[in-house]
Design a protein around this ligand. Sequence first.
Ligand code: MN
Ligand code: MN
Length: 453
Amino acid sequence: MQLEYERKNINKEADAETLKKINAFAEDYKLFLNNSKTERSASAYAAKLAEEQGYKPFSFSEKLKAGDKRYFINRGKNIFLIKVGKKDIAKHGVKIMAAHVDSPRLDLKPNPLYEDCGMAYLKTHYYGGIKKYQWTALPLALHGVVVPAGGNPIEVCVGEDANDPVFYITDILPHLSQEQNNKPIASAISAESLNAIVGGVPEKEEEKDGVKKAILKLLNEKYGITEVDFQCSELCFVPAGGARDVGFDRSLIAAYGHDDKVCAYPEMKALFDSDTQDTVIAVFADKEETGSDGVTGMQSKVILDVIETICSSLGANPIEVRYNSKCVSADVTAGYDPNFAEAYEKRNSAYVFGGTTISKYTGSRGKASTNDASAETMAYFRDIFDANGVVWQTGELGKTDLGGGGTVAKYIANLGIDTLDIGVPVLSMHAPYELIAKADVYSMYQAMLAFLK
Ligand code: MN
Ligand code: MN
């Protein structure tokens, strides 16, 4: 009998066959990431993958039956994947897998375009919790939609193709940084200086704002839009380029937006690969990074509407169904970073290569604003993960009282559904390029397969 708890390292324990599977899974994940830089593109790409698996568009007025597979894109920015099983949902509930597909970035302001000193700029308003100094001096791509008067949404994506131009926000040179160097890091770059350079060739005959006018002309030729159409757009700058393997042994992946596509993807893949007879809802939400508000956020009633549509189709009592349901709220947690050891409590941190991480609670200070899964819920998941050979660990988000962070778990738990926080440990969370281990995203996939089994 083993009396002491011992942490595991997946790469140490894995045989050659498992390492091969880990690497193959990582290739598929990178493809998803590269096509999913915003919640809109993630929802659209997830729908495409679901269609390939036989999923059909969902309608609130249809009568679902066992065996049905549906997808529902809520206002373009939040997707539900629904698989109706044979098991009695009143007795077994539904299994819910939640994650979010929005990531921190730089949104454009409603009146973003201006010219200064022969350069055209776009003004941004940051979205989510970023460290502003990290977003200067790197290539940026522009993603999103514009809706012109009386027209349909026009998709914009510039900066991802190798032949595309990119955009750029400057930082002050070190030679002139004496004042900046003495500022606290949070104010070293101000929000109002996050203005991206987008051009420099003027319309020759124009006396004033020739570059701005030239850019507007280019935009009009390419997209048929005018300056006022920025007011009806959702455009954002994200780091340009795709996910990259990290390390001589390629054991990690650096990419924009691991948080939280690194949890959404394994959930989706597990749903596709599982032959479960439970009824399953996978929900990939928007707006997590700004508090889960709004019609596409996890606080929206849309998830209740989806559950109730399933219940009324199958003639089940929705209250009973919710009471018997289980949810995994999958979101990244902070991986222990030896470079910043002072921010972590070593015994209760999540370790990279240590597997998918259960956080009994998130939140901050005295467990404010958290779901805090019960001992019984923790035990339920421990038993199914252990029975299926999933390597997993527990982790807190750093030292108590140093900060904290929330997830969507509490919004689902508030509906009367037992919910567990689980996710992949990330290094440099919310940086333009975040870092995860291939072994950990694979462990997340195995955990979700076990949950659905
Ligand atoms: Mn997250
Ligand atoms: Mn986040």
